[in-house]
Ligand binder design. Structure first.
Ligand code: FAD
Length: 321
């Protein structure tokens, strides 16, 4: 049975986030010929119309105006509630991003609909969508299906394919009525301007307490620059003030699924593994051959990271020339 699916898109630095394209592709697969709707909070939405259509949307609702320039929980959740009441989707998909994590439960609570977060897979079985999500810090997977009603699902980045389906999206402006705002954003100060977004990065070079200082992150940053990757960290490195907590990967940090994760001077505590063990290829560089990180690594290098990482950078430079 065909389904109407609404995708909540996100724009970052003038581009659609990759997880939004993943969500659009998935919507096309799950809709089984039904309508794929998308919504974008942007004054530049027209410039994305083609891309959004090509990735599977039939309809693009555009919400623009001062209140929606920057994400606030009140403005976005109230606008989405009004849109969902009008557009009547069966399923709503969004990225499991800072915004998606915040807005989805608010909308689900207001509309009294189902919520399933941080999905790594979704499939249709006997006309029902089965969502898969990791639990117990990634040690097990839970499958969830809803017997009735609308479902809001957030998707973990880098877990779904991006495909073009060549549809054409029709733009429909949507003007939410009187939203009740308790916060106004005056300015956004970005700490990591210009760097690759950790949660969507395809390559991550991560440092632990073994980097020994803030200065010790430099070789990792150089390798990341050569590979076009992002720099991450263990909580050990963040607690030691070698880097900012925004880089922390793990159970209480960011959960990432890159194609390549290079762990440098990270022991491999269970809480760290919870954030990165689903990476497609894991490389560990550690002085200690008994370090637990080697148990999850596809490739292990026993050695001093201050010798190994610069060598790796030089070799990658040569290979990529
Ligand atoms: P260490 O365990 O000290 O490991 C340092 C490693 O560096 C060692 O294996 C050592 O052999 C190696 N090394 C040292 N020098 C070199 C060198 N020159 N070259 C190569 N290798 C070298 N941790 C997280 O990362 N993320 C989380 O989200 C997180 N959440 C937590 C939540 C809770 C509730 C708790 C209790 C803990 C959490 N932790 C988290 C902390 C976690 O338990 C570990 O303490 C932490 O991951 C250790 O960081 P580390 O591997 O950098 O440091």
């Amino acid at each position: 049975m065909s389904k109407r699916i609404l995708v909540v898109l996100e724009e970052k630095d003038g581009k659609l986030r990759n997880v939004s394209l993943e969500a659009l592709t998935l919507a096309g697969q799950l809709s089984d010929g039904g309508e794929v709707q998308a919504v974008l909070f942007s004054s530049q939405a027209a410039s994305f119309q083609n891309e959004i259509g090509q990735h599977g949307a039939d309809t693009l609702y555009v919400i623009e105006g001062e209140a929606w320039k920057t994400y606030t929980p009140d403005a976005y959740s109230q606008a989405l509630v009004q849109l969902i009441e009008q557009a009547k989707p069966d399923v709503i998909l969004a990225g499991h991003t800072a915004m998606g994590k915040d807005v989805a439960p608010r909308v689900a609570a207001r509309l009294q609909i189902g919520l399933v977060s941080d999905c790594t897979d979704a499939d249709v079985q006997e006309e029902r969508i089965i969502f898969t999500r990791p639990i117990y810090a990634g040690k097990a997977f839970q499958q969830k299906a809803f017997l009735e009603g609308i479902v809001f699902a957030t998707l973990r980045a880098n877990n779904f394919e991006v495909k073009q389906s060549g549809r054409q999206a029709q733009i429909i402006p949507f003007e939410p009525v009187a939203v009740d705002l308790r916060t106004i954003i005056k300015e956004v100060v970005r700490k990591t301007a210009g760097t690759v977004d950790l949660s969507e990065a395809k390559i991550i070079i991560s440092g632990g307490r073994g980097v020994k200082s803030a200065e010790g992150f430099k070789p990792l940053q150089e390798l990341a620059a050569v590979l076009g990757g992002a720099v991450g960290a263990s909580r050990g490195a963040c607690d030691a003030e070698y880097c900012d907590y925004s880089l922390q990967i793990g159970q209480t940090g960011k959960v990432v699924t890159p194609d390549l994760y290079i762990a440098c001077g990270i022991s491999g505590a269970i809480q760290h593994l919870a954030g990165m063990s689903n990476a497609k290829v894991i490389v560990a560089i550690n002085k200690d051959p008994e370090a637990p990180i080697f148990q999850v690594a596809d490739y292990g290098i026993v050695g001093d990271l201050f010798e190994v990482v610069p060598l790796l950078t030089e070799e990658c430079k040569k290979a990529l020339q």
